[in-house]
Design a protein around this ligand. Structure first.
Ligand SMILES: Cc1ncc(COP(=O)(O)O)c(C=O)c1O
Length: 322
């Protein structure tokens, strides 16, 4: 059965088989049978190199990085530091609510204002702010002014750069001046690795030590770390595909506009648009084997392969009777 799974912002191109096979050939059974060692020096060094290559943060070294089971694993570890309040600005990444609940934390969630800007809020010591940049679900960027305003408070400010490879805008450079900044990243999106759970945190060494004190030392499978190392070595293969996703996003955006819809400008691998009866539309799309997410009264659709995007557009036209 043909279907278009455009609900989780995954990489539509899948993981390259040759990279999987290379790693499988290189390891012995014993490697899988033994407990994971801490992230290897080699893996951390590769992450440091990648971070430096894509920023101006030449002060970063291994002490500034730790690895996590996906970005969600990073968010969970940060929440284990037990902030007095989690501060988020909806519409935002919905999982901040889910994880705050799981960790029994108080949430303060004043909405974005005007043209989706961060509201003026009084932040206190003990607050932990989570801001996805680019934002999910709106796909837009916050300005450095907005981010620096948050950082000038006593709160810990977590900038979630899950979609960094689609925007190439990073707050990593600000780590030099702001000790309350934490940046989280993932291999789930650009690196087609969502099912394997790999991400990393970049922060000052003291914060990294605090996070590591909450980390189960075996929390990343050894095979996942081996693959992550190979992904970094072959990063051009993955990063080369991003142009294709961006081209597809442009086409999808134009076609939605031609249908009279208003997708928000996006710096990610998804588009978001408001509609009156989003839940109903989602259910009708599902009957046609097209899967999207409804968030804050709008529809978020991941950019898929051309045939998936066409299947979505065709189904949407049918549902909206265009
Ligand atoms: C803003 C944001 N942060 C974190 C994540 C979670 O990523 P991971 O798969 O690495 O846990 C997502 C996934 O959709 C996301 O959109």
């Amino acid at each position: 059965m043909r279907e278009a799974r455009l609900s989780h912002n995954e990489n539509p191109f899948g993981f390259p088989k040759d990279i999987l096979m290379k790693v499988a050939r290189e390891i012995e059974g014993d490697y899988v049978a033994r407990y994971t060692k801490a992230p290897t020096h080699e893996l951390k060094e590769s992450l440091v190199r990648y971070v430096k290559e894509t920023s101006r943060a030449d002060f970063i070294n291994e002490d500034w990085i730790t690895v996590t089971p996906g970005a969600d694993g990073g968010i969970s570890l940060l929440m284990m530091l037990r902030p007095q309040r989690v501060v988020i600005f909806p519409p935002t990444y919905y999982f901040y609510y889910t994880l705050s609940k799981a960790h029994e934390l108080n949430v303060h969630d004043p909405p974005l204002i005007g043209d989706l800007r961060v509201p003026n809020v009084e932040l206190k010591e003990g607050d932990m702010v989570f801001l996805p940049n680019p934002n999910n679900p709106t796909g837009h960027h916050f300005s450095f002014d907005e981010i620096e305003r948050l950082l000038s408070s006593p709160a810990t400010v977590v900038i979630d750069e899950a979609y960094f490879e689609f925007s190439w805008v990073t707050s990593v450079n600000l780590l030099r001046d702001f000790s309350n900044l934490v940046v989280i990243r993932t291999f789930s999106k650009a690196f087609a690795f969502a099912g394997q759970r790999f991400g990393y945190i970049i922060a000052n060494p003291e914060m990294i030590r605090k996070v590591n004190s909450k980390r189960n030392p075996y929390n990343i499978p050894s095979l996942v770390m081996k693959l992550a190392q190979e992904i970094l070595r072959r990063r051009d293969v993955f990063l080369g595909k991003i142009k294709e996703i961006e081209m597809e996003r442009k086409k999808l955006e134009e076609e939605l506009k031609a249908m009279g819809l208003k997708p928000f400008p996006s710096q990610t691998n998804f588009l978001y648009f408001k509609v009156g009866n989003a839940d109903e539309i989602k259910n009708e799309l599902e009957k046609r084997h097209v899967f999207v997410r409804v968030l804050w009264g709008g529809i978020r659709v991941s950019v898929g392969k051309r045939e998936e995007n066409e299947m979505f557009l065709q189904a949407l036209k049918e549902v909206l009777k265009i």
